[in-house]
Design a protein around this ligand. Sequence first.
Ligand code: DGP
Length: 226
Amino acid sequence: MAQNGGVSSQKSGRGAFLLFEGVDRCGKTTQSQRLVEYLKGKGVAAELWRFPDRYTAIGRMIDSYLSGETEADDAAVHLLFSANRWEKREAMLAALHAGHTLVVDRYAYSGAAFTAAKKVPGLDLEWCKAPDKGLPAPDAVIYLSMSPEAAALRGGYGKERYEKEEMQKEVSRQFALLADDTWHTVDAAQSVKAVESQVQEIAEGAVASCSKGPPLRLLWTEGSTV
Ligand code: DGP
């Protein structure tokens, strides 16, 4: 029986894959951290994950590219970001099947949106999605919606490669093309508390339904599950 207001730690079902997406500085990191704490407080075995994972060998190459230390071909770097997700696939599946809920800060939707936003001939949105097809799919995408102008006002962008208003505008257009029936759009311009309470409601619903053990879908593949 569900406890703690609708969610409980899963013994027989599986964990939920909850994904935060959005433009840079929309509040994903704050909200994902808060959600993990909230879920833990409700007795849910929740873990915070983020992509890119800069601590693997591939992740260090990505980090060096993002900081501008190295240059790389756009297609090659796209495949590195994807490989950085594939190298975590087994661990993600094991955690989800062991009943752990994963709160993930960025994933393949960022992968497709950021590269497609570069408008490199040949690297259209379909090309960008292809390498991530077959990864575990999120049960719920929490899209923190914020205009790039408003995001830029939040203390300004840092020094990383993509933190420019024009790029972020195009990223947000690409995100709109990627929205599917797992998406929940939350207005990230609201107060942190207001965003948080909507996020909690979405997360609780997903955790409760995943505790019944539905198959885990595979990303961007018709009807495939694992
Ligand atoms: P973050 O660590 O969440 O601040 O992400 C770093 C930057 O990299 C951010 O501007 C978003 C971008 N990014 C995240 N994932 C991908 C990806 O898979 N591909 C590309 N091209 N960019 C990504």
